[in-house]
Design a protein around this ligand. Sequence first.
Ligand code: 5GP
Length: 122
Amino acid sequence: MAYDSGNIFAKIIRGEIPCDKVYEDEHVLAFNDINPQTPTHILVIPKGAYISYDDFSQKASDGEVAALVRAAGKIARDAGLDANGYRILANTGRDAHQEVPHFHLHIFAGKNLGRMIKPADK
Ligand code: 5GP
């Protein structure tokens, strides 16, 4: 599957669509989710054209990988989320219901997030 440069996050990176930005550096952009699932819900994305975690983990440079990992930690710390904790999640592909085909990390926080997966869903 080829990267679709018309996806919504590609448009945000190009500045064609606004976002509520919380962080930016050479390789990374982070912004608040438009439809937050928790009191704090931040999306952290690479600026490079990667479809998913699978794509990013194969093709991104070591510098891009390091930048994304370090940025996610810094964003969480700067928002004070390390005090009570947070969850980082990357939906990848169909079974995970990935909606936007540009790799992104979700940072969820601001309440008790419960267990990772409901026992009934196993
Ligand atoms: P996924 O299901 O692909 O892991 O999550 C996509 C996320 O992107 C969803 O949480 C959705 O609310 C968010 N989202 C979709 N379109 C936009 C947008 O235009 N702006 C922002 N800030 N978030 C968006």
